[in-house]
Ligand binder design. Structure first.
Ligand SMILES: Nc1ncnc2c1ncn2[C@@H]1O[C@H](COP(=O)(O)OP(=O)(O)OP(=O)(O)O)[C@@H](O)[C@H]1O
Length: 383
């Protein structure tokens, strides 16, 4: 395996993960009263591999969405990339730094927002937290002022930044958290469900802010979310993780193609005759005179007889207009939520059963969880 040690030419990089694996050892209770008593004196420890052999990279100035169902391993991956957790094996490099080896250097390069927690001081107005962070990171006054003005113009923070954080609404607080995470101008940003619980207007404002930070400021963003609208609006590329392993690294189109993203193309043909068979991977679903409905032929993808994945809707559209003379065209796609549900429910990628699933009852506290593994990268202060 190639080594990922930091080098002089690596500062321009985004995020690189190579074969990242993280195993937790958890104390579990044996079933029944006698078992519980025995576990007090002789705790049973089981191994849980939360992330297994995960490799991907994010180019500088790009946004990648890391998707997966609950418990898939997204947060564990982010914790390794932010330096909070050390991988059991594998390597990571973020903006040229190995995050869990050089935590301080890494903290200067990254910003992180965990939607459910805050890094702001609960009893201070957000603007005072910003000033403390400015001093912690040694940001020059003029730069700080300019950056705050930019964030205010995009996130409308000044309406509430003099209010104590404990009195802010969720949407207000997370907008302040975003500003706090970016005030030191980090090239790489990690966002773990940043818009969770926000109303649609604020969500859209935050998405606009993120687009601006990627497209205009060139930041590299790794985002986790369960919100498929967010993915469709923001992500060019997604990595899908399930049971700790990467199931797919590609575009939303590829996810649709591979996990039964069904589509139908309604075409009116001229002449009305179907001249020649439909292009490969495409079948005629029904026909009424010149009106023909095309769909994937089901020979690939899940549930199919194997072979290549069905063509993506864009490829199918192109193939259909190239093959036939089309006078009218309409497209129907199923909902992205349905596609993701199908992707999450796929069983083939499920790894061998963890010992914890074999009858023992998890005790809650991990024997070697994040708490004992290192400090958060930024000057974090959870409320
Ligand atoms: N400190 C820990 N000790 C033991 N097991 C852990 C620990 N942290 C995570 N896990 C387990 O690792 C698996 C992956 O958890 P992780 O939090 O990374 O999932 P996730 O994809 O972020 O889920 P969600 O979408 O619910 O936030 C889960 O089965 C979880 O119970």
């Amino acid at each position: 395996m190639a080594t990922l040690a930091a080098g002089p030419d690596t500062a321009a990089e985004g995020i690189v993960a190579r074969n990242l694996t993280r195993t937790f050892h958890t104390a579990v209770r044996r079933p029944g009263f006698a078992g519980a008593l025995r576990s007090l004196v002789d705790p049973l420890r089981v191994e849980k591999t939360a992330v297994r052999d995960v490799s991907f990279s994010v180019e500088r100035g790009r946004l990648l969405a890391l998707l997966g169902p609950n418990g898939a391993g997204k947060s564990t991956t982010i914790k390794m990339l932010t330096g909070i957790l050390t991988p059991t094996s594998g390597e990571a490099r973020v903006a040229g730094v190995v995050p869990y080896r050089e935590r301080e250097r890494n903290a200067r390069n990254i910003g992180a927002v965990f939607g459910q927690r805050t890094q702001l001081w609960w009893d201070l107005p957000a603007r005072e937290s910003f000033a403390v962070l400015r001093d912690v990171y040694g940001v020059p006054q003029a730069e700080h002022r300019a950056r705050l003005a930019e964030f205010d113009s995009l996130l409308e923070l000044s309406e509430f930044w003099d209010t104590r954080v404990r009195h802010l609404s969720l949407g207000q607080r997370v907008r302040c958290d975003l500003a706090a995470a970016l005030l030191h101008d980090p090239p790489v940003v990690f966002l773990d469900e940043p818009t969770i619980g926000m109303d649609v207007v604020v969500k859209e404002q935050v998405r606009g802010f993120l687009r601006h930070q990627v497209e205009r400021r060139g930041r590299t963003v790794l985002l986790t979310t369960h919100d498929m609208t967010e993915v469709a609006r923001l992500a060019e590329r997604v990595v899908l993780i399930n049971h700790g392993r990467i199931v797919l690294d590609g575009s939303l189109e590829e996810i649709r193609g591979r996990f039964g993203g069904t589509w139908q193309v309604h075409a009116t043909l001229d002449p009305a005759e179907l001249e020649g068979a439909p292009p490969p991977g495409i079948r005629v679903v029904r026909r009424e005179g010149p009106r023909v409905v095309f769909g994937p032929d089901g020979s690939g993808g899940p549930g199919g007889s194997g072979g290549a994945a069905p063509p993506t809707v864009h490829r199918a559209l192109r193939a259909i207009v190239e093959r036939y003379r089309v006078t009218d065209l309409a497209l129907e796609e199923n909902d992205l939520e349905d596609v993701m549900r199908a992707a999450y429910l796929r069983r083939e990628e499920r790894p061998v059963r963890d010992a914890a699933e074999d009858g023992a009852v998890a005790d809650g506290a991990a024997a070697d969880g994040a708490a004992g593994d290192g400090a958060a990268p930024a000057a974090g202060r959870s409320a």
